[in-house]
Design a protein around this ligand. Structure first.
Ligand SMILES: Nc1ncnc2c1ncn2[C@@H]1O[C@H](COP(=O)(O)OP(=O)(O)OP(=O)(O)O)[C@@H](O)[C@H]1O
Length: 318
């Protein structure tokens, strides 16, 4: 279990992390989601003992990272945003080197490295120089390094950044399998990324936790808050008439006609209801066929504004 209590980090006058508290249970896969500069890397660097906090505590499986750093750190494997690789070493050479630094018993070393290479799918490059590997392989060698010593907790800072779509899928699959044996924390600024692999998403913005939800709950909230682009068969006047007494819709924007006899309309709900069914019913009552309904997901920026309650103010001013 990981307990983070009132963690705060100042860089000079700048508050990068501001009284952040959360707990992570054994075996959970948790995603830190936040825009650039939100404080994700700083939080992770403090949790892994790379950096001291200004205030607050981090307890890793009962060990305070400041009071018992060796015991706490031995429970953690960390893949920083820039993987700590030696480019002139071959993969096997490097992993053996890391195993020595982590004081893995020599009787266990070979089997451990083989098992990890299998899990992160890098067996085929064992004898290749790291500098000649693709970004996807380099990243997975970085992950292998974090797993050496069999830590209970694995922390990954932006593990898929810079990877191509195929490499992203491979990395996601590997992360999911890690969840069987480890507690995993990863950071990302892409919502779909964390939703795809995590049991829980902690949204962090401007150094503060905005929300902590399961991906399902988060996307339900987002569907309710998202905009809906509908193509409706009918005239502008008929459509306006059908929605006139429809209180759940906060904003309606007629976008015009892109297909004969149809109008594209952008709807925005009240933030508490999934408006798709209601729009469908309202239009059918007036015999106006709804040809398509396409949710336009909120941008990450809008999600943060929404979650922090700043969006209404933002709307009013824009
Ligand atoms: N060494 C430093 N000195 C001064 N300010 C820093 C330092 N490191 C980070 N910051 C600032 O602290 C804030 C949080 O940065 P951090 O790197 O933790 O965010 P992040 O969410 O990981 O963002 P990114 O996705 O861009 O890495 C940012 O405003 C950043 O500019």
């Amino acid at each position: 279990m990981i307990e983070v209590r009132k963690l705060t980090k100042h860089y000079g006058k700048h508050v990068a992390v501001d009284h952040v508290s959360f707990t992570i249970a054994d075996g959970e896969i948790v995603g830190f989601l936040g825009p650039n500069g939100a404080g994700k890397s700083t939080t992770m660097n403090i949790m892994t003992g790379y950096m001291a906090s200004t205030e607050g505590e981090v307890i890793i499986s009962g060990h305070n990272i400041l009071d018992e750093p060796e015991k706490a750190k031995s429970k953690i494997g960390y893949l920083p945003e820039q993987p700590p690789l030696y480019f002139d070493m071959k993969v096997d050479e490097y992993l053996n080197f890391v195993a020595e630094i982590k004081k893995v018993k020599s009787s266990q070393k070979k089997a451990m490295i083989e098992e990890i290479k299998e899990t992160v799918r890098i067996k085929d490059v064992s004898n290749r120089l790291i500098k000649n590997l693709s970004k996807g392989y380099k990243q997975r060698v970085g992950l292998a390094q974090a797993m050496i010593g069999n830590p209970e907790i694995i922390i990954l800072d932006e593990p898929t950044v810079g990877l191509d779509p195929k490499q992203i899928i491979e990395m996601r699959d590997v992360i999911k399998t890690l969840g069987n044996k480890h507690t995993v924390i990863l950071s990302s600024h892409i919502l779909s990324e964390v939703s795809a692999v995590c049991d829980r998403v902690i949204i962090i913005n401007k150094g503060k936790i905005v929300t902590s939800e399961t991906p399902d709950k988060l996307s339900n909230n987002l569907i309710q808050r998202s905009k809906l682009l509908s193509r409706i068969k009918g005239t502008e006047a008929e459509i306006k008439n059908a929605i006139a007494s429809f209180p759940l819709i906060k904003h309606v924007k007629i976008l015009g006609s892109k297909e004969c006899d149809t109008i594209d309309v952008l709807f925005e709900g009240d933030g508490h209801t999934d408006i798709r069914e209601s729009i469908f019913n309202a239009m059918s009552k007036s015999n106006l066929p709804v040809l398509t309904q396409q949710p336009l997901n909120l941008s990450l920026e809008e999600i943060f504004l929404e979650a922090t309650g700043e969006r209404n103010n933002y709307d009013k001013h824009n």
